[in-house]
Design a protein around this ligand. Sequence first.
Ligand SMILES: [Zn+2]
Length: 123
Amino acid sequence: MQLKLYARNFRRRAKKCIKDGGGCCLRCGVRHRSFAFNAEGEIYILYLHAAHVFKNEKVDPNALLIPLCPRCHYYYDHPRGDTPEGIADWSFIGLVAKMFIEEESRKEEVCRISGMTSLLLPA
Ligand SMILES: [Zn+2]
């Protein structure tokens, strides 16, 4: 049996997540497909990730995704401490919270509209 790690629509949603984020890491602002250097000084192309805001939602087809560079994704999944380290971390937390609230509001709006629609349809 194959373990299901991600939702079936993850690849499509990941592309959209990066595009909707303007092609920039939500935390540090680095651009998708920009040139970067590794520890050995070798050049490589940096690809953004679509990170799950909540790690327990990886198989959820509607999970909230945020565009992060590999470095910020690593620190997001492996925080260095229990508290944010500085203004960049606080700013990032604010952006994620804003996205979460907007997404939840949008879901509520869809529910409200579809609820109204179902009232208008004949039974
Ligand atoms: Zn970053």
